[in-house]
Every structure is written in structure tokens, then in C-alpha cells.
Ligand binder design. Structure first.
Ligand code: SF4
Ligand code: SF4
Length: 378
């Protein structure tokens, strides 16, 4: 058995070597970059493209970037969509069918688009959400999704430990962060950024192989202490879920008056589900040619907030915003316990920042946990 690598030190000016090593091992590397006043993942060739000295500030319905005067590349906390669009594409073709001259129909699978991808920048909440998406898409109880499975197999992850917390973060209370558990997560490598470089650790044999090629020195005690101190800044968070298991509370609160209150503010826009790293709903469409010569079956992200998502046999089951919001929250925080053994929320706070109405799920969960209205159900 290979001995696990000790924590090592990667100087800032050698991060490019890590990127080059990933490129040389056949990966297309994605990393955080400034686009349209947000930090998003995009193909990354050099460290010059990274967001230097930029931190993100979050509040209900608000996301702002600010220079902080440091030489850090990873002082931001969350990208609007994490890596969900890289694994579970917003829109893709599932199959084609064509009719030949004899009238026979031929089905074809789209060519596999999976390439080796390495992503640098994921946080502990993102890794936990990835585990949830794996549980869903790779499940053997359901048929594993071949598109997701192929992309997931080719994914290499360089995770970053958070060294600050946004006002919307609550991963401490969901038990998913803020530090990446390098031995028990999808991270191949996990790093903590210091003033002069990174503490770098391997989380998989592949990660070990990449780090070994860098021929680094072990981190010294001062560097490890600096990392511990910086990581501690992320633990104190302003928000927390009332309980890690709200299943019984929410199922007992289906007639709570708070659902009417939140429905009066919610726009049913679906932003919360689009940015949520664990949401996985989609819809399928057939797109036939008018002459009947071929058709294409596509799928695209859907949301429990759309009218069509609950359309069955001529009826939209969840016909108003109250029912849709209740579906989103009770599925995420109650139904998931029955389906996946835990809640579907990893405390990233994205749905709070990107809700145009500034709806804060922590406030909603807290109000729904009070017994106002629940007694009527007893
Ligand atoms: S429900 Fe909100 S806070 Fe929880 S994982 Fe989804 S986007 Fe993040
Ligand atoms: S909670 Fe906010 S983001 Fe979600 S559907 Fe309602 S208005 Fe849109």
C-alpha cells in the first residue's frame, strides 16, 4: 500500500506548474475567472487568468465582488453555479432517430463528449453537493445516467479550503464544511491558500501522482499553523439550519401559514433551483423535423417552480407558487432524507444570494419550525 503523502507546500509562483502538470496529463483545466462581474469556472491556461485579490460578498438577493488588496487567488467563496453545468449539462441531446427511404427508423446515440477535465476551486459544500449528485445520477437502483457517469469518470478535482465565510454560508450547520475532508470526499487534491503559497494534500492515488511530479517540500510547522488559523476564519457563520434533519418538522407543517407568506414574495422564477448544486430536475423534449425524416430527443434543466414540471394528464398539480415553493423546500429538507438518507442542502447559500426577491431559506425554515399553524394538523 502506498504511504499517504504528508502535507506539502506549493509556493504561489509554482501554481502554474500544477496547472501544467494537469494539462500534460491530458486534462482540460477549468478554474475560477472574472466574467460579467461574477466569478465563474472557465477553461484555464495560466494563473494570470485567476481572480487576484478579489472576494465575494453575499446577502439575500445580493452578490458583489470587491478588491481586498491581497495577492490571494482564492479569497472568493462560491461561483454562481459550481460545477453542476460541467457534469449535468443544462441542455443536451439524448438520442437521434432518422427514417430511411424504406421507412425504417434508425436510432443513434450522440457521440460521447466526455473529455478529461480538472477543476480547481471547489469548496467543501460543492464536494458534498457532488456526492449528492453522484448518489442520484450514478445510482444503481435507478439506471445510472450514462452521460453523467462518463463525465464524472473523467473528472479530477482540486478543492480549496475556505478561509472566510460569506454572510449567507451555513455549511457548518449542515455538517458539510467549511474544510474539505480530503480522505472522504471527491477531492483528488485539497489546498489551503497562505500568503506565500498553498498547503497541498492528496485525496486520491491520482492526486498523489500529480503532486509527486511537482517534487515539493513537506510543509513546515509555521505553514501548517498559518493554514489552521486561516481555515478557522471560515467556521464562524452567521446562519445555521434549525436542525440537520427537518423531515418530521416540515412534513408536519404542510398547512403552516408561512407558505402563504413566502408565496406572496416568491416570483416562481426558479433561480434557486438553477444555482443549487444538488438540484437535478430536468425535462425531455422530442424535436421532430416537419417532414418526419428525423427527430432529436433532448433534455434540459427544469425546476419545480415551472408550471410544466408538475403537469400530468392535463392538470398542473402544483398550480400556484405556494405549492411550488412548498415542494422545493419540503423535498430538499424532508423528502431527501427518505430518498438519499440526508437533506439535499449542503449550506452553500447560493439560493439566498441569487434569489431576486431576497428570500432566505434559513429564515423560512426557522419560521416553519415554529408551531404556528402546526397545531391545526395535530
Ligand atoms: S438549497 Fe440553497 S444553500 Fe442549500 S445547497 Fe441548494 S443552493 Fe445551496
Ligand atoms: S425562492 Fe427566489 S429564486 Fe426561488 S423561485 Fe422564488 S423568487 Fe425565484
Amino acid at each position: 500500500m502506498t504511504r499517504p503523502l504528508a502535507a506539502q507546500f506549493l509556493p504561489h509562483n509554482q501554481l502554474q506548474r500544477l496547472l501544467d502538470t494537469l494539462h500534460h496529463s491530458g486534462h482540460k483545466v477549468y478554474g475560477p475567472q472574472l466574467r460579467d462581474d461574477a466569478i465563474t469556472y472557465a477553461p484555464l491556461a495560466t494563473t494570470d487568468q485567476l481572480p487576484l485579490g478579489i472576494e465575494d460578498h453575499h446577502a439575500p438577493g445580493s452578490y458583489r465582488l470587491q478588491q481586498n488588496g491581497t495577492q490571494h487567488w482564492f479569497d472568493w467563496l462560491s461561483t454562481p453555479q459550481g460545477i453542476k453545468p460541467l457534469l449535468f449539462k443544462p441542455r443536451e441531446t439524448l438520442w437521434h432517430a432518422t427514417r430511411d427511404a424504406t421507412g425504417a427508423i434508425h436510432f443513434t446515440d450522440p457521440a460521447s463528449s466526455a473529455e478529461k477535465i480538472a477543476v480547481i476551486g471547489l469548496r467543501a459544500c460543492d464536494l458534498a453537493a457532488l456526492k449528492l449528485q453522484d448518489q442520484h445520477f450514478l445510482s444503481v437502483e435507478h439506471t445510472p445516467d450514462p452521460f453523467y457517469t462518463e463525465r464524472r469518470r473523467h473528472l479530477f478535482i482540486v478543492a480549496i479550503n475556505c478561509t472566510r465565510a460569506a454572510a449567507t454560508c451555513f455549511c457548518t450547520s449542515t455538517g458539510d464544511g467549511p474544510k474539505c475532508d480530503v480522505n472522504n470526499s471527491a477531492a483528488d487534491i485539497a489546498m489551503t491558500e497562505l500568503d506565500s503559497g498553498f498547503i497541498i494534500m492528496a485525496g486520491s492515488a491520482q492526486g498523489t501522482h500529480i503532486i509527486e511530479q511537482l517534487a515539493l517540500n513537506d510543509a513546515d510547522e509555521a505553514q501548517l499553523n498559518e493554514a489552521t488559523q486561516r481555515e478557522a476564519n471560515a467556521i464562524q457563520q452567521q446562519r445555521s439550519v434549525p436542525s440537520q434533519n427537518m423531515r418530521d418538522t416540515l412534513f408536519a407543517a404542510l398547512d403552516h401559514p408561512q407558505w402563504d407568506d413566502v408565496a406572496s414574495r416568491c416570483l416562481s422564477c426558479g433561480n434557486c433551483t438553477a444555482v443549487c448544486p444538488s438540484c437535478f430536475c430536468y425535462s425531455e423534449q422530442a424535436e421532430p423535423q416537419l417532414d418526419g425524416s428525423s427527430t432529436e430527443q433532448t433534455r434540459e434543466w427544469d425546476s419545480c417552480f415551472t408550471q410544466g414540471h408538475s403537469y400530468m394528464h392535463g392538470i398542473t398539480v402544483r398550480h400556484d407558487t405556494k405549492l411550488r415553493y412548498r415542494q422545493w423546500l419540503t423535498h430538499k429538507f424532508a423528502g431527501w432524507h427518505d430518498q438519499y438518507g440526508r437533506s439535499g442542502c449542503t449550506g452553500c447559500g447560493r439560493c439566498i444570494s441569487w434569489c431576486p426577491a431576497g428570500i432566505d431559506i434559513i429564515d423560512e425554515l426557522t419560521l416553519l419550525s415554529t408551531d404556528k399553524g402546526v397545531a391545526d394538523d395535530a
